[in-house]
Ligand binder design. Structure first.
Ligand code: ATP
Ligand code: MG
Length: 409
């Protein structure tokens, strides 16, 4: 049997990037031989094994044929006769379809090295169209390597456009899609992911609610960039620049969905877009079976981001309602993430990226003031049950009034 490094490890070494996980392909071996060498099978009917010591993935060279919709609709053929070139041709991009032996001799039948130099994300063969997930993968790689100057080859974008129009994207499982979306959002230029999806028509299929924001104007006084889609991309970019976690990035992407519902005659104003957007945020969350923490933050940011921006003008009672909605007493981290998302929203405006956001510290101070109310003295005064709850609220309101006064002097 012959063993080669493949995929990302080869690509990233040639790019001079750190290699984290290594995928291997094994040519000329049978499942029995792999098991005899101590490799552990990964799945029942999948010719992939884990190395007994390193735990890295070793896949038998295989060919694939499409036999139905979605990813389940694939038949694999792995046998000792499958060549390295046959295995490489089923891969998505030429830069991902190179192999390397232990002497670092490169096998590159589809000119991945040439495309690395040309900074092009190009599909290997027309079989690209057999797995619609590749549309998301290409957009993700575009986001990851945008800083290096990579773009999607025009003929690949065209194929992605055809795939998006074919209805095949709808056959993707939520789990596979979310894995790509969440990884793409964590790249340094996540906005490129959205841009590429939009350019090939996939955004309209996957997240029509986000796609609808492009071409929707906002008031130039608050939003010099005017276009809501452009604003959303800038907010996402700010979130990446400021190294925000996935929860915040997801919330940033969805925070203004309600603006896509505003009747044209109301443009560029978007009255109550925060509330109107909630059902759209919920729909996107459910479509991709998004993890709970991401779902929750997106909904809260959608509903309350304008409160965040207006923090310094809020009445103490409104401020208290905001803090209560976030359950800041038990969920301090979530409120911090809300503040971060609001700040990214404010910075994601043309020419205002560096403007300070005093609302952030003001909100933190308000949370501290509300939290400082001690329950023990109220218990000692004999408050119980719902009355205790009311008494705590009254004390918190007092604390916030005092906070607002000191903060404004
Ligand atoms: P990363 O750095 O994100 O791990 P990678 O290129 O190693 O990038 P993996 O998802 O680990 O990506 O996949 C390893 C290799 O398997 C890819 O380089 C590619 O050749 C191939 N591959 C993975 N998924 C697909 C797919 N859906 N269609 C075609 N080829 C794929
Ligand atoms: Mg990999």
């Amino acid at each position: 049997m012959r063993i080669y490094k493949v995929g990302g490890a080869v690509r990233d070494r040639l790019l001079g990037k750190p290699v984290t996980d290594i995928d291997w392909v094994v040519v000329g071996a049978t499942t029995e031989e792999m098991l005899a060498k101590g490799f552990r099978p990964v799945g029942a009917d999948f010719p992939v094994f884990l190395h007994p010591k390193s735990g890295e993935e070793y896949a038998l060279a295989r060919t694939e044929r499409k036999s139905g919709r979605g990813y389940g609709g694939f038949t694999f053929h792995a046998s000792p006769e499958v060549t390295l070139e046959e295995d490489l041709i089923r891969r998505d991009l030429t830069i991902n379809a190179m192999a390397e032996d232990d002497q670092q001799n490169l096998t590159d039948p589809y000119h991945g090295q040439r495309d690395l130099e040309a900074r092009l994300l190009r599909h290997v063969s027309p079989a690209f169209a057999e797995d619609p997930l590749r549309v998301l993968r290409v957009a993700r790689f575009a986001a990851r390597y945008a800083a290096l100057g990579f773009t999607v080859a025009p003929e690949t974008l065209e194929l992605m456009r055809q795939l998006s129009e074919s209805g095949e994207l709808e056959a993707l499982t939520p789990e596979r899609s979310w894995k790509e979306i969440s990884r793409a959002l964590m790249e340094d230029q996540p906005q490129v992911f959205v841009e590429v999806l939009r350019a090939c028509g996939a955004l309209k299929v996957l997240m029509p609610e986000v796609d609808a924001l492009f071409g929707v104007p906002q008031p130039p006084a608050h939003h010099p960039e005017i276009d809501t889609g452009a604003h959303t991309l800038s907010v996402l970019q700010q979130a990446a620049t400021h190294k925000q976690p996935l929860t915040v990035r997801w919330a940033c992407l969805l925070h203004d969905l309600g603006k896509g519902l505003t009747p044209e005659e109301e443009w560029p104003r978007h009255i109550a877009h925060e509330f109107k957007g909630l059902k759209l945020i919920k729909a996107v969350n459910e479509r991709f079976k998004v993890p709970r923490d991401c779902q929750e933050l997106a909904l809260l940011v959608g509903e309350y981001h304008t409160h965040g921006h207006r923090a310094l003008e809020l009445k103490p009672s409104t401020l208290l309602e905001l803090l209560q909605s976030f359950d800041i007493y038990r969920r301090p981290q979530r409120f911090e993430e809300f503040i971060a998302a609001c700040e990214m929203d404010a910075r994601g405006r043309e020419g205002l990226e560096e403007r300070s956001y005093p609302q952030a510290d003001y909100l933190r101070g308000a949370a501290t003031a509300a939290r400082s109310v001690a329950v023990q003295p109220l218990l000692e005064k004999g408050f119980k049950g719902p009355e205790l709850g009311e008494a705590i609220k009254r004390e918190r309101l007092k604390a916030l009034k005092a906070y607002k006064e000191t903060a404004s002097t």
